[in-house]
Each structure stands twice: as structure tokens, then as C-alpha cells.
Ligand binder design. Sequence first.
Ligand code: NAP
Length: 323
Amino acid sequence: MKAIFCSHYASPEQLKIKEVSTPVPAKHEVLVKIHATAINDYDWGMVRGKPFLYRLIFGLTKPKRPIAGMELSGVIEDIGEDVTKFKKGDAVYGDISEFGFGSFADYIAINEKALVLKPEDMSFEDATAIPHAALLAYQGLVEKGKIQKGQKILINGAGGGVGTFALQIAKMYDAEVTGVDTGEKLNNMKAIGYDEIIDYKKENFTIRGERYDLILDAKTSQPTWAYLKALKPKGKYVTVGGTAGNLILFGLSSGLLSVLTSKKFLLLALQPNQGLDTINQLYTEGKIKPTIDGPYKFEEIPRLIQYFGEGKHTGKVVINLSK
Ligand SMILES: NC(=O)c1ccc[n+]([C@@H]2O[C@H](COP(=O)([O-])OP(=O)(O)OC[C@H]3O[C@@H](n4cnc5c(N)ncnc54)[C@H](OP(=O)(O)O)[C@@H]3O)[C@@H](O)[C@H]2O)c1
């Protein structure tokens, strides 16, 4: 099978397509023929070995697993002897990051727990765009943020994967939603329904005098205390990710700020694939639809990882392996 092979840490554009042997599923694994995959922050970090902290997970001097990719949709072609959840021919999708990486390839053998059944009315391209970003948005807004009807909400990093799902979830609660991002994405953000848009390169939303009931942050671009000014009394701030420095500051200061003020500062640790049944339902009812950048061809993955890392995409960057 063909795979995007990462033998050493380097710029994504140096990645090569290589012929490798098709894996054989172990007892609890299924062999999936991959139909579509997507690019994520982990891929950008994993192939470059940056930030350095990632090397503690991915390998100190070179990647332990030479194939990146953590979201996929596809069809099960073979199953291990102890597999109970699926049968050959099932169409599946999922965020596989809890069990490994390797979706930038024709096939993957992965623990059955990493996958769920794909609804029939969901395309393979939509399915691969959903698990990671939709659940960061859902778990962030609904489970951590306890979003309420009619709230005033701000999404920081609003044009990316998480933001474009978060907008749709917030709109189900009739929220008034402001999105913060930059560049060409701002036009797309208007088109998909943000009520107000702020270009973070021109304006700092924390000091413009507006206050929000709930802030969902995919970037944590400022120190924790900066957000105090942008929250209403009893407002909540939920971060799903961002720069290591600001996340460390967040870890050190969020507890204290939550105790000393009437505002809450919360960090989401994603539970991969937890809640996909709800997302499937919302998709089938037409309430949620991924914003897809692409679909692109398999050969383009190295270029696309760079494109993703430079933040040029809107929504989810999707690759269709049969293109
Ligand atoms: N909590 C968890 O358990 C968990 C697990 C996995 C991943 N994550 C994190 O979840 C996040 C995933 O977000 P995503 O998929 O939506 O990423 P994404 O698609 O890269 O979107 C992030 C957006 O933020 C924009 N941005 C960059 N700097 C900004 C700033 N200073 N202010 C406002 N916006 C800014 C980017 O645009 P430009 O780059 O063009 O500026 C981009 O459009 C990542 O931070 C990832 O590390 C969390």
C-alpha cells in the first residue's frame, strides 16, 4: 500500500510517498481501507517534531510511528479474532489518536474502539472531518461551557476546524456569535453565519469593551487574565488548545482566577469519539455540516500539512483517497 512516510523530523514538504506492507489486524483490531482523511494540529507537530514537547510522545530523535494522520473514514476489510463491534464491509469513521496514528495511508489496522459506524447519509468526506473538531466544539461549548439559550458567545480561532463547528452548535442555542480570526477566512466566516467578525491582527477583542457569557478558545493566544475583561460576571472561558506557554500560564492561574472572581476558567481534555452518536443525530437532522477545505488528492498531503500549519485553511482540510 502507499503511505506518506515520515522517516525523520523535517519540513512537511520533504515527506515522501512510499510503498509499505499492508498491516495485518491484531486480535482487537480491524483493517480499514481508508476512503478519506483530514489534517490536524498533531500532524503539523508530529512531522516537524515541534514543539519539542511532542517528541516525548512521538519519539525523541525520529518518529516512532512513521505515518501521521489521526482522522479517517473507510470500510472494514478484515477483522481480528476478538473483534465484536464490527464486521467486514462496515463503513466506519473516527478519531484514532487514543490508539495510534497512521491514516495517511491506503490501509490501517487499528483497535476497534477507535471507530464508530458511519451513518449511511454521511459522506466519507464529511465523516473524516467530524470526529476531532466537532467533539472539541461540542464538549467545549455544551459539556464544559454549559451553553444556554440566547447567550452572547465569542469563538477565538473561529475560522478553523473547531470554530466552524462551534458556530453551528452555538446557533442551535440561538446564540449571538462573534468569531475572531484573520485573512481570507474572514469572508468565509461571514458566509457561514458569524454575527460579528474580528480580525485578531487588527484588534484585540479583550480590550474593546464587549463582554461575553461564554468564550471558546481554540488558540489561547493571550495570558489567562487578559480574558477577564471580555467576560460578563459569571461568564465562562473554555480553552481547547493553544500555545504551550499560554497553556502553562493557564494551568497556573485559572484555578486562582476562578476562585477570586465570579468567572470560570476551564480547560477541555478531549474525550475522543465520546458523543459521536449525538453528532451523528445532529448531522442526520441537517443541523450540523462540516466546512470542508478540499477535498484534495492523497499526493497533496505534504503540501497540505504546510498549508494547515500556516493557517491558510478554512474549516477542515480533507483528503479523498480515491481522487
Ligand atoms: N483539548 C484537547 O484535548 C485537544 C486535543 C487535540 C488538539 N487540541 C487543540 O485543539 C485546537 C484545534 O483547533 P482547530 O482544529 O480549530 O485548529 P485550526 O483549524 O488550525 O484553527 C485555528 C484557527 O485559529 C487561527 N488563529 C491563529 N492565531 C490566532 C490568534 N492569535 N487569535 C485568533 N485566532 C488565531 C488560525 O488562523 P491563522 O493561523 O491563519 O492565524 C486558525 O484559523 C488546537 O489548538 C489543538 O492543539 C486540543
